[in-house]
Design a protein around this ligand. Sequence first.
Ligand SMILES: [Zn+2]
Ligand SMILES: [Zn+2]
Length: 469
Amino acid sequence: MGLRTSGAIASRIARGRCPGLERWVFSMKTMLLTGCLMMASVGAASADPAPGPAANRAAIDAQIEKSYPALDALYRDIHAHPEIGMQEVRTAALLASKMKAMGFTVTEKVGGTGVVAIYRNGPGPTVMVRTELDGLPMEEKTGLPYASRAQTEYEGKMTFVAQSCGHDVHMAAWIGTAQALLAMKSQWKGTLMFIAQPAEEQLKGAKAMLDDGLFTRFAKPDYGFAAHVGSGETGTVLVKDGVTSSNSDSLQITFKGRGGHGSMPSATIDPIVMGAHFVTDVQTVISRQKDANAFGVVTVGAFQAGTVGNIIPDTATLKLSLRSFDKDVRQLLLDGVKRTAEASAAMSMAPAPDVTWLHGTAAVFNDHALAERAAAELKAAGGDRITYVPATAPGWSASEDWSAFVDAGVPSVYFTIGGYDAATLAAFKAKGEAVPSNHSPFFAPDHDKAIRTGIRTLTLAVLMVTTPK
Ligand SMILES: [Zn+2]
Ligand SMILES: [Zn+2]
């Protein structure tokens, strides 16, 4: 998933809405004004060890200090050896072995290459924590010493592979979260259901795991949590209420003409003309049929037809990506694309085109009550700057098949964590350049802090729902 919008929200924070910073300034003033009182109360606070979010965070940070060198090595290993969706054999085995070593009951090959790791710790809720396993079919150009040079066969062609979406950060944070929760197991009750999901980039791994009995062979979780690193500042966490990512639909359209000589077009039916009409006309679905206030995108990302200038080909094949937040808008786009394609063909007296839905996923909706509660818990814990983004704000235009778990009835929160240190962001800004986003060949997050924030966020969220009242 790409998280351009996390940068936009981060800049909103930079423009002056930074409640964490305000609180910090306020508390510093309070400390200066009431120095003696504070000195006296320090002893009182340390004499009261009642666990709460701040004490939990201190315990998590202590565990991170112990586990971080090994997590860093794991991150670099996974980064240097990425695998494409549904081929994540090495990556899955690596995570499975680490979870087994910790005492989890591990089942491999769930939904292809997926891993399910269960840890029971008395009566209580079942909580799912997910990482993705897959890399992307692209060449990494970061120049990092542990950059990937891996190649594999994908859709019939050889391609480079890279962890350019940050799923390597998520995997290290996933292991670190399990370690922190086990170190604190006297504090919580319930069942951990840690899952490592294949093929998120292809938006099909979550469904593959569900179709393979994830919620029937194991358990249907009471809560679900996941986090994605983006191009915001490290040490920031966005907790979005309501719609979080977009509906995504990938379509293929094949216009069927009649080929012939380029000098005799009247003897042919030209599929390139049909496709060209379609590419421009389909944008009226966005500009004239969709509510102007509703988010919706139709992109024609591929147009393949013909070989040389003097041959009119038989067919033209187009590939499209549709995005929306609202389910009615999603249907309006799907209907509008099909209608426009059929009209373009009818104008040329051609047969109806083949319109094929390739794959897609629904928008992620974070649970309102759980998102509010998680934001409050994370803020109370301190350590990271937490921004609660209300349901009325738009989600990100990227898409995520985490929605498959949400739509299967699991109340969930999908967090967004910052990936670039303030100094890195400032250096890019000074050059007048945007930082490389997820899916850029130059995407190189400051993984050290991002992994730590990921562990804190996910561990605090699990403790929030598993700590006996
Ligand atoms: Zn991605
Ligand atoms: Zn991703």
